[in-house]
Design a protein around this ligand. Structure first.
Ligand code: BJW
Ligand code: ZN
Length: 250
C-alpha cells in the first residue's frame, strides 16, 4: 500500500499516539467478529443478543456456554501481525496507549504494555451477585458454576450492553484520546458506545484520525486517513514505512 506522505510525517513527529481496536484486529487470528455470522452450534444466535444482562437472566447456561466456547477458541489463538505492529508502534512512540474493546488478551500477548481493556477480559470470572473473582470453575456441569462465597451464579468479567465500563480504564482511554497527536481506529464497526465516541473526542482536540478497516464505518467520513484493508497487512506495512532503519526505536 502507498501511504499518504502527510500520514508518514505526522507519525514520525508524533509524541503521543492512541489506538482503539475492535474485533476486526483479531479476525486474522481466527476469532470471529461480532457482526460476522457465527458457525456450527452458535449459528442461530446473534452475538450482540447474547452479550446482555437480559440474555443472562433469561438463559444463563446458554450465555455461560457461549463464553466457555469462545474461551476455548481464544486459548489456541495467537496474535497476528496487526497485534505485533501495534506493539512495535508502542516501542517507537514516546507515549502510546492501546485501547481495546476486545476481551481476548491478544494485545498483551503480542507485547503491548499500556493496554486499556474497555470491555473486560474473558479470562476472568466473577460472581454475578457478590462480585468475588473465581480462580477455578468447572465447565462441564448442566448448570452455571456457583460462587464459593455466596452460591450465586458466576459470569464472565466482561461488559455487557447496558452495563458501565470499568471506570479507571475508561478514564485512561478518554485521557489518552484527548491528548494524542494521532489516533488510530482499527477493526471496529464504531457503533458501540462509549468506545465509538473516542475517535471523535480525539479529532475535536486536534488529533489526526486514522482508520484501518476492511470497509467504511460511521467514522470514515470524519477520519483524516482511511486505510482500507486487513489490519494484519496494513499496520505492519505502515510501521515499516514510518520507522525504517533511519529512525531507531526508543
Ligand atoms: C477488519 C478485519 C480485518 C473485520 N482488518 N478490519 C445510544 C447512544 C449512546 C449509547 C447507547 C445508545 N443506545 C444504546 C447505548 C448503549 C450501548 C450501545 O452503544 N449500543 C449500541 C449498539 C447503540 N452501550 C452500552 O450499553 C455500554 N455501556 C454503557 O453505555 O453504559 C452506560 C451506563 C452508565 C452507568 C451505569 C449503567 C450504564 C456497554 C457496551 C458493551 C459492549 N459489549 C460487547 C460485548 C463484550 C464482551 C464480549 O466480548 O462478549 O462488546 S458487545 C460487542 O460490541 C463487544 C465489542 O467489543 C463491541 C464492539 O464491536 P467491534 O469490536 O466493533 O466488532 P464488530 O464485529 O462490530 O466490527 C468488526 C469490524 O472489523 C468491522 O467494521 C469489520 O469491517 C472490521 N474487520 N475483519 C480490519 N481483518
Ligand atoms: Zn458470590
Amino acid at each position: 500500500m502507498i501511504f499518504p506522505p502527510e500520514l508518514i510525517s505526522f507519525l514520525r513527529k508524533a509524541e503521543r499516539v492512541a489506538a482503539l481496536t475492535g474485533a476486526g484486529v483479531s479476525q486474522e487470528s481466527g476469532l470471529r467478529t461480532f457482526r460476522d455470522s457465527q458457525s456450527g452450534l452458535w449459528a442461530q444466535y446473534k452475538p450482540t443478543d447474547l452479550a446482555s444482562p437480559e440474555a443472562f437472566a433469561r438463559d444463563p447456561k446458554l450465555v455461560w456456554d457461549w463464553y466457555a466456547w469462545r474461551r476455548e477458541a481464544i486459548k489456541s489463538a495467537r496474535p497476528n501481525p496487526g497485534h505485533y505492529a501495534l506493539a512495535e508502534m508502542e516501542s517507537r512512540v514516546a507515549e502510546f496507549s492501546l485501547i481495546t474493546q476486545n476481551v481476548d488478551g491478544l494485545h498483551r500477548m503480542a507485547g503491548s504494555k499500556r493496554v486499556h481493556e474497555l470491555h473486560g477480559s474473558i479470562q476472568r470470572v466473577r460472581c454475578s451477585v457478590c462480585g468475588r473473582y473465581a480462580e477455578t470453575w468447572g465447565d462441564d456441569s448442566d448448570q452455571v458454576p456457583a460462587c464459593e462465597n455466596c452460591g450465586e451464579m458466576l459470569r464472565p468479567d466482561v461488559v455487557w450492553f447496558g452495563e458501565p465500563l470499568p471506570r479507571s480504564e475508561l478514564e485512561a482511554a478518554v485521557k489518552a484520546s484527548c491528548v494524542c497527536d494521532v489516533f488510530f481506529s482499527v477493526g471496529t464497526s464504531g457503533i458501540v458506545q462509549p468506545a465509538a465516541a473516542l475517535p471523535f473526542a480525539a479529532k475535536n482536540k486536534g488529533a489526526a484520525v486514522v482508520e484501518v478497516n476492511l470497509e467504511p464505518t460511521p467514522l470514515t467520513e470524519k477520519a483524516d486517513f482511511f486505510l482500507q484493508g486487513k489490519s494484519g497487512e496494513v499496520l505492519p506495512e505502515l510501521v515499516n514505512a514510518v520507522w525504517d532503519s533511519t529512525h531507531p526505536s526508543r
